[in-house]
Design a protein around this ligand. Structure first.
Ligand code: ATP
Length: 301
């Protein structure tokens, strides 16, 4: 009988692996424009993380052979630090996140996590180590508990509840008629943008990855909600290595280091204060955003 069940076990494992892959794909929804399969090298070992540092070492990449997007990008995020990536639209910020998740391989150069070349380890182990909190989270037509538990196969109810508390979703869940068993999504309860993002944060907490990629919210949220969510994200990022892709500079002023990318090159890097003193591209972007915010405030008055 055991002989009979072994293939079924295998099938179950394959199914779970594929499903986890799909979840991650869904999470990468905004970051991912095209699906390109990158194969694992034969007999690839799993990524083993003790100190989750990230290194981009002279990375050259383009989606098409005749158009280079990243022109020899190099930087290091030491384990446990919170870095932010900023730069004009089209600079290559999302591309960098896609490469870290290995949806594509660089044309030359290497990407290392804890000293291991990510192209030489299994994708399953790589993707299990990185949590993505996208700005537009995909919700499934199922219960809110299921949507949170999707972060990791086999998550227990206790883990789901703890994650909901960590993402400050517990007061919302307490108000719902069926609690964690309330249906959400298109055919159930519609959640607001901020609530959906909290579900994504809770999913990430269930997954408990050592590395976080945060695709920070744009104007979809009101300022108060945004501040609340940011506070939650900062709490979740503690004790992990994080890379925030920032669209609005106001949200990343307290990052350990800010990487300024322009046309696929690292043009400046430093803390918010250092970059302002430098009076370069970052200072210019900061001044422009401040002027825009002032204009909006005046229009509102
Ligand atoms: P934004 O802040 O506007 O999101 P970004 O810095 O994240 O911009 P990327 O999305 O990384 O920019 O895009 C960098 C460049 O790569 C852009 O010129 C874009 O047109 C191009 N690009 C992005 N995805 C693809 C793709 N799948 N195929 C071809 N070119 C692409």
């Amino acid at each position: 009988l055991t002989q009979l069940f072994r293939p079924l076990d295998m099938l179950g494992m394959v199914y779970r692996t594929i499903r986890q892959g799909l979840i991650d794909m869904a999470e990468m929804f905004r970051l991912l424009d095209t699906e390109v399969e990158v194969p694992d090298v034969p007999c690839a070992p799993a990524l083993v993380i003790r100190k989750p540092s990230i290194v981009f070492d002279d990375v050259v990449f383009g989606y098409e052979p005749d158009r280079t997007i990243l022109h020899g990008l190099s930087f290091e995020v030491p384990a446990g630090e919170a870095f932010a990536v900023v730069g004009p639209s089209g600079a290559g910020k999302s591309t960098l996140a896609r490469l870290l998740f290995r949806f594509y391989d660089p044309q030359s150069g290497r990407i290392l996590i804890d000293g291991q070349d990510i192209s030489q380890v299994t994708q399953a182990s790589l993707r299990a180590s990185i949590g993505i909190v996208p700005q537009d989270s995909v919700l499934f037509n199922d219960t809110i508990g299921y949507n949170i538990g999707y972060g990791r196969d086999g998550a227990t109810r206790e883990e789901i509840e703890a994650a909901a508390r960590g993402a400050s979703l517990n007061s919302l869940v307490a108000r719902l008629p069926k609690g964690f068993d309330t249906e959400v999504g298109e055919r159930g309860l519609k959640l607001s943008g901020g609530e959906k993002q909290r579900v994504a944060i809770a999913r990430t907490l269930v997954k408990n990855p050592p590395i976080l990629v945060l695709d920070e919210a744009t104007s979809a949220l009101d300022t108060r909600t945004e501040q609340d969510i940011l506070a939650t994200l900062h709490r979740v990022a503690e004790h992990r290595t994080s890379l925030s892709i920032a669209h609005r500079l106001s949200t990343i002023a307290d990052a350990n280091r800010i990487l300024v990318i322009s046309e696929g090159r690292l043009v400046e890097s430093g803390t918010h204060a250092q970059l302002l003193r430098r009076d370069g591209l970052y200072a210019e972007m900061w001044a422009r955003q401040a002027a825009e915010a002032d204009a909006l405030n005046e229009a509102a008055e």
